[in-house]
Design a protein around this ligand. Sequence first.
Ligand code: NI
Length: 224
Amino acid sequence: MFLGTGTGLLWYFQSEKARVQEEREKEQNKPKAYGKPKLGGPFSLTNAETGGKLGTDDLNGRFYMIYFGFTHCPDICPEELDKMAEVVDAVKADKDMGEGVLIPVFITCDPRRDTPEIVKEYVKDFHDDLIGLTGNEEEIRRVAKLFRVYVSSPPNLEEGQEDYLVDHSIFFYLMSPDGTFLDCYSQNATSEDVTESFKNYYQEYKAKGGQLDKKPASLLQKKA
Ligand code: NI
């Protein structure tokens, strides 16, 4: 069962990566005015820290990086979230960038098990700034669709069944302060790669006179 899932995932990631790359190449060949692929869009989910709503209205004004995963994930999600934490620390430590510039966001793709309480505890293991979001199944399905995230839970789960894996795509989505999609990074990208790439987007934004809301990330997280 696990092997089968792994092979399916590998196939999926490879084809997904090829698709995204192809899409990006297509985008790059278009006149600049057409911009990036249309990933993302307005959303509002449950902030695991407070139980209140948190979404694009709160996040816009800064760069943010979204990762979709689930708290029961045995190894990939923890590795990827550690990587995201390293990126955030590198950005904070950089003299040109610093505090509050890049907000890390975790969105569960397993709302059935990932209640706000569980997500709240989980995100603490990775980074103090990491915002954990959950919602009901329909809300999560909608947001995953906005980002074209592939999610598949086993069919016919029994009431109370807790031991199962969720297949999901593994990407970080980098969003600009106006809420548009900038880039996505696969599992192959190291934290150094992602930090370097982010720095380029940041400098480009600043060079164009872009402003940033630099309030500490903790304020955003504690939002009711
Ligand atoms: Ni995972």
